[in-house]
Design a protein around this ligand. Structure first.
Ligand code: F6R
Length: 612
């Protein structure tokens, strides 16, 4: 969602803020703005669209200022125009606020503040925060007191960075429901919603906890609760590197991340596979294994691509460990009073570890007294910290808004979990465990084979179909969720309407859509359902649909049925999603390139959805 950054210290502030915003642009990109203090006054500059436009506006400004805040926006309240871009100021123009989150009671607060004489200039929920602080900031009241009093009135979520022109040597930050970190430097300090914004300058960070406020100067900071109790900060070291945040010669982060998958999948299982014993070891879950292996039911909850990974996890865990699994959209789970009885545990899956719906589901599960385990990418994220235990997927920073490498790493960790549970429960034999573990160990080289030998072919297929308005993705069994993921990828970045379906369900409705303009992707690998899938292909062909088959290397027969074929190497059926999804990611990518779409920052989307 929105990205925020604040800086105070020895450097000129504008370049630091612009650099930080660029590294967070993937969080939101419909407008951007910054504010700094110069000669005791706040100067605010805003712009519609991407950070580059804001940068252009500032190119002749050589501001001698060393304190400021900035924001990249994904609109929630109010159109994404210049006026509604952050920072938002109070009536005096001496308090500037950048905000990630939603003020749910902003209408009531706005009405109240208007009655007190405050003049509003935007349609945003955030502007009430600036005016509310102003309302409390009276003679003899310290700013920090005005700030905490204002925050106590706010319902909703916030990650905030705030300037007060009366205190040009202090930066304020606060957190409730949206992540905020403080970066600790030498004679300089940072506030940010995202480690990517500050890693260039420091890797020492403090994660603010819910309901905490920070007062930051260039050589230190103090953290309080909203009731003004002092909090002892815990400094942690970030593991991400600047290099991981660069495109490394690729035209887009998405393509880089697709091509990183041989390495990222390997990182997900590195040190976790025990070939000899035919099992896996997940230290993050170690102290809870006695409970997990006896579970009567597992509920996995997540959103979007992570939800698709969860569906694959359902197949894996049920097949290998024979524990019943249910998969729930996190956004639905929290509102439908789920039954979480004894013997049930919840797993949450999230790349960012900040998705508001998933976090709310986690909290709902905790409220009901069940254990919650996490499968998360971003180290130190809120979900990672609030779960009882969990496993990091180690995919490294994912910047492209369309999730790719996180998906394959999530599946890898789910496969490890299922294998480990299956072995512990005595359902998977050592031989079968060995077989699966060996297949998993070979997945990186097989992904590489697809990338090396099929990319040109997929590009051609994209050339053929990129002007179509619709597409269908069909798969069966464990590859049905991959069909959903293929459709989601295409929708997200190329804006082509696409549907994913279980192949056999097609005849119960979607078949009505088939004509010569409909490309239909079939996952038709050599598994138990291959023959049935071929029958489904025939049904499409006889209605003149165009068939693109993702088939097992060596299957020449499929060419008789399909207009185009993309091959993947053979692997264990249970691990096949790790391969079948790669052509779909590439197809979505090249289609979007040909359609001139914004690959890493598709319209209306944000990388980390921190509002409900
Ligand atoms: C799709 C995509 C989204 C996310 C979803 C959950 O490409 O990126 O659908 O998967 O917003 O995000 P996380 O995994 O960060 O909780």
């Amino acid at each position: 969602m929105c990205g925020i950054i604040g800086y105070i210290g020895k450097r000129k502030v504008v370049p630091v803020l612009i650099d930080g915003l660029k590294r967070m642009e993937y969080r939101g990109y419909d407008s951007a703005g910054l504010a700094y203090i110069r000669d005791g006054e706040i100067v605010a500059v805003k712009s519609m669209g991407k950070i580059a436009r804001l940068e252009q506006q500032l190119q002749d400004v050589d501001a001698e200022s060393h304190i400021g805040v900035a924001h990249t926006r994904w609109a929630t309240h109010g159109e994404p125009n210049e006026k509604n871009a952050h920072p938002h100021l109070d009536c005096t123009g001496r308090i500037a606020v950048v905000h990630n989150g939603i003020v749910e009671n902003y209408r009531a607060l706005r009405k109240y503040l208007q009655k007190q004489g405050h003049r509003f200039t935007t349609e945003t929920d955030t502007e009430v925060i600036a005016h509310l602080i102003e309302e409390y900031y009276k003679k003899d009241i310290p700013f920090i007191d005005a700030l905490t009093s204002a925050l106590l009135q706010i319902e909703g979520t916030y990650g905030l960075a705030i300037l007060n022109a009366d205190e040009p040597n202090k930066l304020y930050a606060a957190r409730h429901g949206s992540p905020v970190i403080i970066g600790k430097g030498e004679k300089e300090n940072f506030v940010a919603s995202d480690a990517a914004a500050i890693i260039r300058y420091t890797n020492r960070v403090i994660y603010l906890n819910e309901g905490e406020v920070a007062e930051v100067t260039d050589d230190g900071f103090e953290i309080f609760t909203l009731r003004k109790d002092r909090v002892k900060p815990e400094v942690q070291k970030l593991t991400m590197t600047l290099q991981e945040l660069e495109k490394g010669g690729y035209p887009h982060f998405m393509l880089k991340e697709i091509f990183e998958q041989p390495a990222t999948v390997r990182n997900s299982f590195r040190g976790r596979l025990n070939l000899e014993m035919g099992t896996a070891r997940l230290n993050g879950l170690k102290s809870h294994l006695d409970v997990i292996e006896k579970l009567k039911r597992i509920v996995i909850t997540a959103c979007g691509t992570s939800w698709h990974a969860a569906l694959i996890g359902e197949y894996l865990i049920e097949e290998l460990a024979r524990i019943p699994v249910e998969v729930e959209y996190a956004s639905e789970f929290r509102y439908r009073s789920p039954v979480l009885d004894d013997g049930t545990a919840v797993f949450v899956i999230s790349q960012s570890g900040e998705t508001a719906d998933t976090l709310a589901a986690l909290r709902e599960a905790h409220n009901q007294g069940v254990s919650v385990f996490g499968i998360v990418n971003v180290v130190g994220s809120t979900i990672a910290r609030e779960t009882d235990a969990g496993v990091y997927i180690h995919a490294g920073p994912e910047i492209g808004v369309a999730s790719t490498k996180a998906f394959t790493s999530q599946i890898t960790v789910l496969a490890l979990t299922a294998l480990m549970l299956g072995r512990r429960r005595g359902i998977v034999s050592t031989e079968r465990g060995y077989e699966l573990a060996s297949h998993l160990a070979k997945i990186p080289e097989k992904i590489k084979w697809i990338l090396d030998s099929q990319t040109a072919n997929i590009k051609k297929i994209a050339e053929k179909y990129h002007k179509k308005n619709n597409a269908l993705f069909l798969g069966r069994g464990i590859n049905f969720p991959v069909a959903l993921e293929g459709a989601l990828k295409l929708k997200e970045i190329s804006y082509i309407h696409a549907e994913g379906y279980p192949a056999a369900e097609m005849k119960h409705g979607p078949i009505a859509l088939i004509d010569e303009n409909m490309p239909v992707f079939f996952i038709a690998i050599d598994d138990l359902m291959y023959k049935k899938v071929v029958s489904n292909i025939e049904e499409v062909r006889s209605r003149k649909g165009k068939v693109i088959a993702i088939a097992t290397l060596g299957n020449e027969e499929i060419r008789r049925y399909a207009d185009d074929v993309v091959y993947i190497p053979e692997t264990d059926y249970l691990l096949s999603p790790l391969l079948t999804v790669i052509p779909m990611q590439l197809f979505a990518y090249y289609t979007a390139v040909l359609r001139g779409c914004s690959i890493d920052q598709p319209r209306n989307l944000a990388k980390s959805v921190t509002v409900e």
